[in-house]
Ligand binder design. Structure first.
Ligand code: UDP
Length: 330
C-alpha cells in the first residue's frame, strides 16, 4: 500500500511511519512542521513540506504518489490551549480535515485512518470505556475530534469512504532503537515531564491533584506504547477496503496507572529521586480513563506488545537521556 501519513513528522505519526515501513508498505509524509520534526521522518521516506488544508498540494501528492490510504495525525492536541483558542482548534482540526477529505473524495482515494482520542468520551462514569459509551467531550479539543468522526460517518454513507477511527488513551514511549521519541514544546505530558525531572532538566514534577477518588488520590490513566498504537493502525489497512466501512476502536492496555505510580516507576528505573510538588487539580482532568480495547483485539487481531509500564518507560527514558534537548531542529 502507498500510505500518505499526514502529520508524519509528529510524535505518533513518525512512529507510525516506521511501523508502516516495517510492515512492508510505502509511506509518504506530508507535514507543515508546525510542531513536527524533519529528523523524525524515516530516512528515504518521500517528504512534502506543506499543509493538509492546501488542496492543490494534497491533490498533487495523492496523484504523484498513487496513494491508496490516507492516515491523519496532524492535529493540535493541547486541551487547555483549545479552551483558550477554540477558533484555532476548529480551523486546524476540523476545517482543514474537511479540506483533506474533500480532496480525497475528488481524487477517488476512499480509505482513511483517523487519529482520535479518549477525550471524545469526556468524563465517563463507567470504567473501562467501551466504544459504545456516550460521547460527551468537555473541551474544544475533544469536540473537534468528535466532529471529524461524525464527518467521516457522513462521507462513508454519501461517498463510500472506508475508515477506521482510533481513540487513543495515553500514548507514550519511544522507538526501541532510540532513533525517535517524544518532543513537544511545551511538553505537558506526564511521562516525559517526570523523566525530565529525574534527569535534572526540569526542577520539579508537579502532581496535579492528590484528592481524587482513586487508591492514592492521583489520577489513573491507561498508558500505551506508541509503537503498539501504530501497529493497530496498520492492522486496519485491509479492513477498510469495502466502501462505506466504518470502524471505531479504543486503543489502550486496559491497565491504568496513577501519577504516583508513574513517578515511582521512573525513580526505580533511573535510581534517581524525582523532586515532586503537589499542586491543585488541573481543570478538566477526569479521575480515571481506562480503555476496553476488546474490539481492536478481536476485530484486528491486535494486542499491545508492551505489557508493563516499566517496559514502556524504559524506551522513553532511553530517548530523553540521549536527547536531553529533544530533536536538533525545532
Ligand atoms: N500530570 C501531572 N503532572 C504533569 C503532567 C500531567 O500530574 O506535569 C497528570 C495529569 O493531571 C493527568 C495525568 O498526569 O492526571 C496524565 O496527564 P497527561 O497530560 O500526560 O495526559 P492526559 O491524560 O491529560 O491526556
Amino acid at each position: 500500500m502507498n500510505v500518505l501519513v499526514v502529520g508524519g513528522a509528529g510524535y505518533i505519526g513518525s512512529h507510525c511511519t516506521r511501523q508502516i515501513i516495517a510492515a512492508g508498505h510505502h509511506p509518504v509524509v506530508l507535514d507543515n512542521l508546525s510542531s513536527g520534526h524533519r529528523e523524525a521522518v524515516a530516512i528515504g521516506t518521500p517528504f512534502y513540506h506543506g499543509d493538509l488544508g492546501d488542496q492543490a498540494l494534497v491533490r498533487q501528492v495523492l496523484r504523484r504518489e498513487k496513494i491508496d490510504i490516507v492516515m491523519h495525525f496532524a492535529a493540535f492536541i493541547e486541551v487547555a490551549e483549545s479552551v483558550a483558542m477554540p477558533i484555532r482548534y476548529y480551523k486546524n482540526n476540523v476545517v482543514k480535515t474537511l479540506a483533506l477529505l474533500e480532496t480525497m473524495m475528488e481524487e477517488d482515494v476512499r480509505k482513511f485512518i483517523f487519529s482520535s482520542t479518549a477525550a471524545v468520551y469526556g468524563m465517563p462514569e463507567t470504567m473501562p470505556i467501551t466504544e459504545g459509551v456516550k460521547k460527551a467531550p468537555i473541551n474544544p479539543y475533544g469536540q473537534t475530534k468528535l466532529d471529524c468522526e461524525n464527518i467521516l460517518s457522513a462521507l462513508a454513507v454519501a461517498h463510500g469512504l472506508g475508515f477506521a477511527v482510533f481513540r487513543y488513551f495515553n500514548a507514550c514511549g519511544a522507538a526501541t532503537d532510540g532513533a525517535i521519541g517524544e518532543d513537544h514544546a511545551p511538553e505537558t505530558h506526564l511521562i516525559p515531564n517526570v523523566i525530565r525531572s529525574a534527569l535534572g532538566l526540569a526542577p520539579v514534577i508537579k502532581v496535579f491533584g492528590t484528592d481524587y477518588p482513586t487508591p492514592d488520590g492521583t489520577c489513573l490513566r491507561d498508558y500505551i506504547h506508541v509503537d503498539d498504537l501504530s501497529r493497530a493502525h496498520i492492522a486496519a489497512f485491509d479492513r477498510i477496503g469495502t466502501p462505506g466501512t466504518q470502524l471505531h476502536f479504543n486503543l489502550g492496555t486496559g491497565h491504568p496507572h496513577s501519577v504516583m505510580e508513574i513517578i515511582g516507576a521512573v525513580e526505580k528505573l533511573s535510581s534517581k529521586k524525582v523532586p515532586v510538588e503537589f499542586a491543585p487539580r488541573r481543570a478538566g482532568d477526569p479521575p480515571e480513563l481506562c480503555a476496553d480495547a476488546t474490539c481492536a483485539r478481536t476485530a484486528l487481531g491486535w494486542k499491545p506488545l508492551f505489557t508493563s509500564i516499566e517496559s514502556i518507560i524504559e524506551t522513553a527514558w532511553r530517548w530523553h537521556s540521549a536527547h536531553p534537548s529533544g530533536y536538533a531542529t525545532r
